[in-house]
Design a protein around this ligand. Structure first.
Ligand code: ADP
Ligand code: MG
Length: 463
């Protein structure tokens, strides 16, 4: 029918716009490298903030004692405690709990959000068992992973530049996030000191390095996306402080805000951006991260429903609503291996009340998921190649150079969306050729929590 022809035309156009041939990926990688240089050269020199983390030493393995970590930066927050035993003992014991953040707190006041968090943290501290030991006379210390763009002023202070990932609490922007947390802990009567403020990429880098000495980059692919890496302090023109002894500085790229004319943006991306809480910002994040992938898919299906009657005469009203297809649902449909695509049918029924769909329609939905997921994965891989290039690690290791370059990866999207992560890995190999033999991706499962605790230890007030 002409409707079906129209649906196919929409699909073909999507496919074309989202195509990421290797030449285009190389342009994206090059653009990433160029923007990295610009962001390091001067404050505001690039869309890439290239934030200085004040972490100039990654964990050595000598860290000892009881430390806490708090990880805030997405739909859940986690609290964790760990007993570190130094080189011999390593991680003696650790425990964590995860709490989901009620959506109203993500758009309310900072006071309410931090009270909620501090109360959960206080509960967790109260449950500390006898196998954890705080040295006598010491205050408990915490590494705070806060995964939003922060302008750091020291290892344990920094002000929020802007919210991302669906958070929007106006009275918090520009405020010192450690100060806010500290005040909330005091209100709870919790005696604890924040000794390190990091974000999840820095935490993942630190946690990754603790377990593997060759970790030089961390990438997060979860609700949002970001990357951090180890830079030579000499290569940071905008850094006017003393050169650290190590000669190195960890940079929080905030790569979610990357944009380039080489990114293949579509009308759907444009509409998603227009409807978002932060229009014009976080464009890279909006085409590759878990918060948004499902919603791009929804927008394509919606267009097909409107213009090609994909589900018959009436357009299911929920198709017009933002985020009705979450990325885990997209992933479940994309991974559907049943011959009649039963999962796709069920999801369309559950979410949109579409009682029955033809196999042809279900296949169409899977194809849309495939196009959007692959574009995201391939662009993420290109970004990673951009970082390797900046580090001079996109060419074969020379004699005397470390043979392995390890990328610590974390986040629910990478962890659970297998087609996405496989595609990312194969794209990395495709782009790096022989060099890919020395590039290793490790899955740093909640590396950021332990990483923040390790950084709290290495920046303890008692050292
Ligand atoms: P956060 O990024 O919020 O700190 P995670 O790293 O756990 O938390 O990532 C959670 C995100 O991962 C979710 O918002 C979702 O976008 C994505 N995700 C979780 N499960 C899946 C899944 N099965 N398939 C695809 N994406 C998933
Ligand atoms: Mg996270």
């Amino acid at each position: 029918s002409s409707n079906w022809a129209r649906a196919e035309a929409i699909l073909r156009e999507l496919e074309e716009k989202c195509s990421t041939p290797i030449g285009k990926l190389r342009q994206v990688a090059d653009a990433m490298t160029v923007e990295m240089h610009a962001g390091l050269a001067s404050e505001g020199g690039s869309k890439l903030k290239m934030l200085i983390s004040y972490v100039d030493n990654l964990p050595s393995g000598d860290e000892k004692g009881l430390f806490y970590a708090l990880d805030l930066g997405g739909t859940n927050f986690r609290v964790l405690r760990v007993q570190l035993g130094g080189k011999e003992g390593r991680v003696i014991k650790q425990e964590a709990v995860e709490v989901s953040i009620p959506p109203y707190l993500m758009v309310g006041s900072s006071h309410e959000l931090f009270d909620f968090i501090a109360a959960e943290l206080a509960k967790f501290v109260a449950s500390e068992g006898e196998d954890y030991h705080l040295s006598t006379g010491r205050q408990r210390e915490l590494g705070f992973t806060f995964s939003f763009p922060v302008r750091q002023t020291s290892i344990a202070s920094g002000s929020l530049s802007k919210w991302t990932k669906g958070f929007s609490i106006d009275d918090m922007v520009g405020e010192d996030v450690v100060g806010e947390l500290t005040k909330a802990m005091e209100r709870q009567g919790l005696d604890m000191r924040v000794t390190a403020l990091v974000n999840d990429t820095i935490g993942t880098l630190a946690g990754g390095r603790y377990y593997d000495n060759d970790v030089v980059i961390a990438v997060i692919l979860g609700t949002g996306t970001n990357a951090a890496y180890v830079e030579r302090a000499q290569a940071i023109p905008k850094w006017h402080g003393l050169l650290p002894k190590s000669g190195e500085m960890v940079i929080n790229m905030e790569w979610g805000n990357f944009r380039s004319s080489h990114l293949s943006l579509t009308e759907y991306d444009q509409a998603l951006d227009d409807d978002s809480l932060n229009p014009g910002e976080q464009i890279f994040e909006k085409i590759i991260s878990g918060m948004y992938l499902g919603d791009i898919v929804r927008r394509v299906i919606w267009k097909m429903a409107e213009e090609a009657a994909l589900f018959g005469e009436t357009v299911p009203p929920k198709l017009r609503e933002q985020f009705t297809i979450r990325t885990p649902v997209m992933s479940a449909m994309h991974h559907d291996t049943s011959p009649d695509l039963k999962v796709v049918g069920t999801k369309l029924k559950e979410i949109f009340g579409i009682s029955s769909t033809s196999l042809k329609t279900r296949r169409m939905v899977v194809k849309i998921c495939d196009i959007i997921a692959r574009r995201g994965a391939r662009l993420a891989a290109a970004g990673m190649v951009g970082i390797l290039k900046k580090q001079g690690r996109d060419t074969p290791p020379s004699a005397g150079e470390k043979q392995r370059r390890v990328i610590a990866m974390d986040g629910g999207l990478y962890e659970h969306y297998t087609i996405f992560s496989k595609c990312l890995e194969s794209t990395l190999s495709e782009m790096l050729g022989d060099v890919s033999e020395s590039v290793v991706i490790t899955h740093a499962n909640d590396g950021s929590g332990i990483g923040a605790a390790l950084l709290a230890a290495s920046h303890s007030q008692y050292l």
